[in-house]
Design a protein around this ligand. Structure first.
Ligand SMILES: NC(=O)c1ccc[n+]([C@@H]2O[C@H](COP(=O)([O-])OP(=O)(O)OC[C@H]3O[C@@H](n4cnc5c(N)ncnc54)[C@H](O)[C@@H]3O)[C@@H](O)[C@H]2O)c1
Length: 365
């Protein structure tokens, strides 16, 4: 029996009343006709998935979409290396060939790659069609499916082409996590602990205390952690949809993390793994600046170790390589690298005046 556990709202009413949308969290939701019926009744659906998630959940979702009009399925090759314009073209070609109209609904069934690409295709299709996110990785459930950033990679860098396009709804089915490989799962936990670090000290403490339950994918622990993470992300996005201010706090650990990914040429460590090590460095930077209790670094390190996440840089990566890579991050603004630090546990700020020497000290510590 499907079980709806939480419904949250991303409140973008200050931007436009019709831009707010629900995030539904529960078990068995992907097959719950009462969720799908109001969304798809009488309209065409373009279901986009990948060749790993499709065979697992595609048929069940298609069965639940019975009330829809014309149904088109697009199955993309899985993985970050296929997140490019070629496959946006493939999605759009399929939608146009089957004569979908602007009223048709795009449904993204998969991880962040499928979600980002489907959202971008929906933003482009006939100048903007609706889409629903059905995230199936932990990272996508707590991060990429919420907030409306969509897009693809370019040879010049990650996520350089895209649009802000908010979904109509986010449907998070905890049961889909049962099939997620362990490393992908742990990568999602890195984004979850980030929310505690930047916004909620109590949640951070709860995560530390419940690391074992989370590692074993305990349903109640997961439901709470996902709900709390989505609530924090929704609040940040509502306050700053287009990253003019506080949304940058979500990049805590990411300046270091992106540099690790860039040095490795992407595809060695997962994004969440690089962010996990990056958050340890960003926390150490906060300690160096005198704003954070060093115990937080110890607790974060212990959490990472217990759930199987890295706590330091890959052995062959030097401080100089990190500095060079961070200088070419797309988030460099006005020639300055923007570091997010903690002014205390649960509170993030953009750091001013971080020197290369500070970074070298943090990395070599
Ligand atoms: N839009 C945003 O705000 C935002 C935020 C963070 C990350 N992202 C993007 O998200 C992407 C990473 O997302 P991801 O970590 O979900 O990676 P992913 O989409 O590549 O999924 C990881 C792998 O897990 C497989 N998979 C997915 N769900 C599964 C399941 N339930 N069972 C078994 N296998 C499953 C996928 O087929 C894939 O092989 C990156 O492209 C990143 O840029 C976007």
């Amino acid at each position: 029996m499907p079980e709806l556990l939480h419904t949250l709202h991303v409140d973008l009413a200050s931007v436009a009343a019709d831009r707010s949308y629900p995030i539904q969290i529960g078990r068995g939701l992907i097959t719950d006709a009462s969720i799908w019926q109001p969304l798809v009744e009488g309209r065409g659906v373009i279901l986009v998935t990948d060749d790993q998630v499709g065979p697992l959940y595609g048929e069940a979702v298609k069965a639940a979409l019975a009330g829809a009009g014309q149904l088109t399925e697009v199955v993309l090759p899985a993985g970050e290396s296929h997140k490019d314009m070629t496959f946006i073209q493939q999605i759009l070609d399929a939608a146009l060939a089957e004569r979908h109209e602007r009223g048709s609904l795009f449904v993204a069934l998969g991880g962040g790659v499928v979600g980002d690409m489907t959202g971008f295709a929906a933003a482009c299709f006939l100048r903007g069609a609706d889409f629903v996110q059905v995230p199936t990785t932990l990272l996508a459930q707590v991060d990429s499916s919420v907030g409306g950033k969509t897009g693809v990679n370019h040879a010049m860098g990650k996520n350089l082409i895209g649009a802000f396009h908010q979904p109509q709804q986010v449907v998070i089915d905890l049961d889909t996590l049962a099939t997620l490989p362990a490393r992908e799962y742990a990568a999602g936990l890195a984004e979850i602990i980030k929310y505690g670090l930047i916004r909620d000290a109590e949640f951070f403490a709860w995560l530390i205390d419940n690391a074992e339950a989370l590692k074993s994918r305990d349903a109640a622990a997961l439901a709470f952690a996902i709900e709390r993470s989505c609530a924090i992300k929704a609040a940040v996005v509502a306050a700053d949809e287009r990253e003019g201010g506080v949304r940058a706090h979500l990049n805590f650990g990411h300046t270091f993390g992106h540099a690790i990914e860039r040095i490795q040429g992407y595809g060695d460590w997962l994004h969440g793994e690089a962010v996990a090590a990056g958050m340890v460095l960003a926390s150490r930077l906060s300690v160096l600046r005198g704003t954070l209790d060093p115990q937080v670094v110890d607790r974060l390190t212990a959490f990472n170790q217990s759930v199987g996440l890295p706590v330091s840089l890959p052995a062959d990566v030097t401080a100089q390589a990190m500095l060079d890579a961070m200088g070419s991050d797309k988030k460099v603004s006005g020639g300055k690298v923007r570091y997010i630090v903690l002014s205390q546990l649960g509170e993030a700020v953009v750091a001013e005046n971080v020197t290369d020497d500070d970074i070298a000290r943090v990395i070599d510590a």
